[in-house]
Design a protein around this ligand. Structure first.
Ligand SMILES: C[S@@+](CC[C@H](N)C(=O)[O-])C[C@H]1O[C@@H](n2cnc3c(N)ncnc32)[C@H](O)[C@@H]1O
Length: 330
């Protein structure tokens, strides 16, 4: 494999910085009582070295790339169970879609076909949970909105600082143990600060009823939406009049997810108040959920806060809620 294909196909982005090792994660690792730090996707060994620094005398690394000097193992097929070990890893991230776009799908097809997961890190997590009780894994923050089973989670730490040199993928650190729990026991931290439990956050998620007419990606609609935060914190996600988008409408496609135009039953005379209401609901939602339920987007704003994207399911729920509020105030 040429070096670029190898890097992308095997997800060889190594964890350089120790900023991921927050105090609550360190406590979890030490309280596990495990004696061996185990990385089944060991790469350059940075995570195992960090474990030696906090007192582990024994470590074990595996990797599929024989050039790296670890014991060979295809850990996406099976991770050998190791008594008394805690997994500390950063598995490869690669979505089915990116593999196709980068023409490397043939190299990873067997993993996608056999598992049905849309991203290799989810398959890696499933293999880790089969192998060990205790797991600490640095994975894409999109995990939070995924349907992956969350029963064995203990905590989620969202990192706004980037622990990698070569990729800007927004990540979080997951800690799992061997017991099944309610999501109301799963602690969610952002940059070390405790924010909420996963269950309490999920209870705040907005769901559309799909009983009002709103049609997305309709170039001649009235409602403009910038669905992603720009890097300027003053220009975050917002609803506006279509013409205020200052955007070439021929760019609005069925697949548009960043800037779009929405058609809906909003009287012209009420459009301004409707947009204001939508923005108010969105801002309250962001504040109330610490942004955690909005999809993370690559790169932070200039103030260091992670950029977010408004998914269309939540957007529809906001549009519906604004319509109902205005209806009630008639
Ligand atoms: C994102 S890197 C992480 C390395 C290390 N955990 C760290 O954070 O520094 C992922 C590693 O997994 C390895 N890898 C990719 N696919 C693998 C597989 N199927 N089995 C075992 N290792 C694999 C890659 O070679 C790479 O070294």
């Amino acid at each position: 494999m040429n070096p670029k294909t190898k890097k992308r196909g095997l997800g060889q982005y190594f964890t350089k910085e120790k900023i991921w090792l927050k105090d609550n994660i360190k406590t979890f690792i030490l309280n596990s009582g495990c004696k061996i730090a185990y990385d089944p996707f060991a790469g350059s060994g940075d995570l195992l070295r960090a474990m030696e620094e906090i007192g582990f005398k024994e470590t074990k690394g595996l990797d599929i790339d024989e050039d790296l000097g670890w014991e060979y193992c295809d850990s996406l097929l099976n991770i050998p169970s190791t008594p008394n070990a805690i997994i500390i890893t950063n598995p490869p991230y690669l979505s089915n879609y990116s593999a196709r776009r980068r023409h490397i799908f043939d190299k990873v097809e067997k993993y996608f076909k056999s598992s049905g997961y849309g991203n290799l890190y989810l398959l890696a997590l499933a293999k880790m949970l089969e192998a060990q009780e205790y797991i600490v894994a640095i994975v894409p923050e999109t995990f939070i909105n995924s349907s992956f089973p969350k029963g064995r989670l203990v905590s989620i730490n969202i990192l706004e600082e980037n622990p990698f040199d070569e990729t800007e993928t927004p990540v979080c650190v997951l800690c799992f143990d061997g017991t099944m729990k309610s999501t109301h026991e799963v602690k969610v931290y952002k940059n070390e600060h405790f924010k909420s439990t996963l269950g309490a956050l999920e209870a705040k998620r907005l769901h559309p009823r799909n009983d009002l007419y709103f049609r997305f990606n309709t170039p001649n609609g009235k409602i403009g939406l910038r669905a992603v935060d720009t890097t300027d914190p003053r220009r975050r996600i917002s609803f506006m009049k279509r013409e205020d988008l200052n955007y070439d409408m021929s760019g609005i496609k069925i697949s548009s997810r960043v800037i779009t135009v929405i058609d809906g039953d909003v009287e012209d005379g009420k459009l301004s108040i409707f947009l204001e209401t939508c923005n108010h609901i969105l801002e309250c939602y962001r504040e109330d959920t610490d942004d955690i339920l909005l999809s993370p987007f690559k790169g932070n704003m200039k103030n260091g806060v992670r950029r977010r994207r408004l998914d269309y399911e939540t957007c529809r729920a906001i549009l519906e809620k604004a319509s109902r509020q205005l209806e009630m105030n008639r």
